[in-house]
Design a protein around this ligand. Sequence first.
Ligand SMILES: Nc1ncnc2c1ncn2[C@@H]1O[C@H](COP(=O)(O)OP(=O)(O)OP(=O)(O)O)[C@@H](O)[C@H]1O
Ligand SMILES: [Mg+2]
Length: 511
Amino acid sequence: MTFASSVRLFQTLVMSFHSAIVIETVEEERVRTLINKAINELQMAVFEWSVSQGLTRSQGNSQHRWTNEYAPPGTQKPQALDQTFEPVDALKHIAELPFQAIYWLKDLGPHLKDDDVVRRQLREVIQQFAQNRSTLVITGHSITLPPDIAQDVVYFDLKLPEPDELYRAISEVVRSLKGRISVEIQPDGIDELVQAMRGMTLQQARKVIAFAALDDGKLTADDVKRVLQRKVQVLHEDGLLDYVPPEMNPAQLGGFNGLKQWLQRARVGFGAQAKAFNLPTPRGILIVGIQGCGKSLAAKTIAREWQMPLLKLDAGRLYDKFIGESEKNFRRAVTLAETMSPAILWIDEIEKSMGQSDSDADGGLSRRLFGYFLTWLQEKSGDVFVVATANDLSRIPPELLRKGRFDEIFFVDLPDEAERAAILQIHLVRRKQDPQRFELAALVQATDGFSGAEIEQVIITSLYRAIYEQRPVDTELIINEVKSTVPLSISRREDLHALRIMAQERFVSVK
Ligand SMILES: Nc1ncnc2c1ncn2[C@@H]1O[C@H](COP(=O)(O)OP(=O)(O)OP(=O)(O)O)[C@@H](O)[C@H]1O
Ligand SMILES: [Mg+2]
């Protein structure tokens, strides 16, 4: 969707007698542009209300400049209508104004939670506006409506800036810095820059471009990297998604050959040929299995292999104490992922955020989140590939395991001999040890029943010991460490057995 189509949709809502529209956004600047563009054809007046400015008549846009009859002669600054700073007074005033207009209420959100009088007054205005074209537009970061109001209100989804808007933002910044920076970037580079800025608000995008350009006095192809780095921070501050660009993803996964082959086949689903045949892009996979055997690592590896950004959903930060907020957070996260596609959306330990809990302590929240997730997974647009991981099969709702939800469900068991050899080599090399110096076959034997995480741990503790004893690490030392470790496959034998029985017959092995 382009910004122009958002404008058309907004116009249609106003013309079709919708008396209140909610837009959840912090980008007031874009709401202003939206409203100003919409009124070009609608020929309506616009009023704005905020707690600091009261109710004012907006000056309109360059084509439709409204004279501000409430302002003293000669001033441009909008003047508040009398006594309209309190939300109730503003709403009362709006009800009495003789105009068919768009009334943009910027600070109403917080008052809807606990102010009965405001809620009542709002209902009355909404009912009154159902008879004419006047429309309330309510904006804010997150707006929760009481049920009696919600049914008369439509939510308008103002997506994050589209490429055309980001492109304009770059031009504006370059123009405003004229003379102070030189532009040394080719059109291709600009496209990459726009792609790198996706997922940011316009404000964030402008700041990051201005910073990248002013820092060394020029805008170059190198600044794409700078923008990506900044995006990592911006998304982290936003709190829901952690972002790992492909070039900062060093994941190395031993074994998993079956999964790796599957991924190579699935990859064509994102290519031009598949698009030309109108084939749907791959939806995603679920990886279930034993702790420490590389599920999370596999998710990272997919992003690296496919050279796509990895977006990790932080389930813990999804939850919010206010009813409805957690669902909204989730919606925001997946929308964000869509604007950044193609991307991998990684939901680690999915049973923790959407699994069945023993009690209904969360008021059914995880079930609602799960319902939303399923629908989204089925209908999602954009090239977002979901990688979900899970340890505890018993807590996963059975609907999720049904055929057709995910493209495939993989089961990860303890590594076999060949896999242990690969894992040992990866971790020896990572710790600057030459695998040739070790009797690999003996190490593979000794680590029977060990998970990848346990093998890594054994190598780390062996190296600590070697440094402490001031001697080089060798096969014997590692085997001693192995012997003093009790792997989960022994300490939790029953649990693993149950998981294995359940998973083996239903899911595809990653091997
Ligand atoms: N197949 C493997 N190849 C290389 N390293 C591995 C492999 N499996 C596990 N490891 C090592 O063990 C660490 C832990 O693995 P990872 O976090 O991916 O396991 P997991 O299956 O997600 O476990 P959990 O269920 O506890 O989340 C990895 O960071 C990696 O260093
Ligand atoms: Mg994990």
